[in-house]
Design a protein around this ligand. Structure first.
Ligand SMILES: Cc1cc2nc3c(=O)[nH]c(=O)nc-3n(C[C@H](O)[C@H](O)[C@H](O)COP(=O)(O)OP(=O)(O)OC[C@H]3O[C@@H](n4cnc5c(N)ncnc54)[C@H](O)[C@@H]3O)c2cc1C
Length: 301
């Protein structure tokens, strides 16, 4: 990105840009390199405007939520990273059981709202530390429930910069995957929830939280499950059977508490984490014949 492009970005976004941003601070693994520009975007006209500008200037861009499923390489990201804030991270409307929110809304805020309103459905997202946009893109799920089942419609800005609405029924959701175009930005989501009772919704949320606290290494930076579960099995069991719990490369360690989690013990480089992923994949393949597929997304050069 040259100086002229940087000045133009500053002007479009009213100074809400960090250049040469340390992406470790924007990823729950607390590892990885820098991004040329980190852009905070508050509303839809700004979003379409900035994407139009980046496309015209042939600058690469991508969107992130809380970086809770991301590994940024040590070489970092060439181009712009977009983060949705303000109007694009708020609950904007409730009409009966339909709730509309911005793609940048945190799951935590959504759950708080659902408890307050006595709306049931999204309790399974309690303890999944991302945004609603990230949850839709990844079809985040837990305890047999998935985000995709609750989507009435979404608003996206396509990779070419046009805002469109997609009906939930027209989107294919599968295990940690959606058919939404990879580079589009999910800026708005309408969820179809169920009437519930405040106390019961809160109880289910607290139960999910305590199950996570018991089974996951939440005291160390991590990005949740590293690998997808293979059909009919559990990645964690396979990694544990290969004797890899506690195995370390540099500052990255396979969690002794949950073998499908890699934790950053303090000074992990992205390359340590990538090396550990390869060791786990190779050892599990040798021991069980199963080739594990990563759930986390590796981004950067
Ligand atoms: C402790 C812990 C527990 C976890 N438990 C679970 C679990 O039980 N189930 C589960 O499914 N996941 C789990 N995860 C993984 C992660 O939280 C989810 O995948 C989450 O949905 C990712 O959301 P995010 O906003 O952080 O997305 P990011 O990690 O920032 O991005 C993930 C992908 O989504 C894209 N993306 C993000 N926001 C948008 C948007 N607005 N528009 C378009 N694309 C977007 C990014 O480009 C990227 O490709 C866990 C993670 C942690 C750290």
């Amino acid at each position: 990105m040259d100086n002229k492009q940087m000045s133009a970005l500053l002007e479009i976004l009213n100074d809400s840009v960090i250049f040469d941003a340390d992406m470790a601070s924007y990823s729950t693994l607390r590892a990885g390199g820098r991004a040329e520009a980190l852009c905070f975007i508050n509303n839809l006209p700004l979003l379409t405007g900035v994407i139009g500008f980046l496309n015209r200037e042939s600058i690469n861009w991508m969107t992130i939520g809380k970086g809770s499923n991301l590994l940024v390489t040590d070489q970092g990201i060439k181009g712009a990273v977009l983060i949705l804030k303000g109007e694009l991270a708020a609950i904007s409307r409730r009409s009966g059981n339909l709730v509309t929110a911005g793609g940048g809304l945190s799951n935590r805020e959504l759950i708080k709202y659902c408890i307050h309103e006595g709306l049931s459905g999204m309790e399974f997202l309690a303890g999944v530390p991302g945004t609603l946009g990230g949850a839709v893109m990844m079809n985040a799920g837990a305890y047999g429930e998935e985000t995709g089942s609750f989507i009435e419609k979404i608003g996206v800005v396509t990779s070419s910069g046009n805002a469109e609405e997609l009906a939930g029924s027209g989107i294919n959701f599968s295990y940690r995957k959606s058919s939404i175009e990879e580079r589009s930005v999910i800026y708005s989501i309408t969820l179809k929830l169920k009437n519930g009772e405040r106390g019961q919704v809160r109880e289910r949320v607290e139960k999910n939280w305590s199950m996570r606290r018991e089974s996951q290494p939440l005291d160390m930076p991590n990005c949740g499950s590293v690998f997808k579960n293979p059909p009919g099995g559990y990645a964690a069991r396979l990694i544990e059977s290969s004797g890899l719990k506690g195995f370390k490369i540099g500052g990255a360690m396979i969690s002794p508490k949950h073998a499908n989690f890699i934790v950053n013990t303090g000074d992990a480089k992205a390359s340590d984490i990538l090396a550990l992923i390869e060791v786990a994949r190779k050892r599990v393949k040798e021991d069980s014949g199963i080739l594990l597929e990563t759930e986390i997304r590796v981004v950067g050069q």
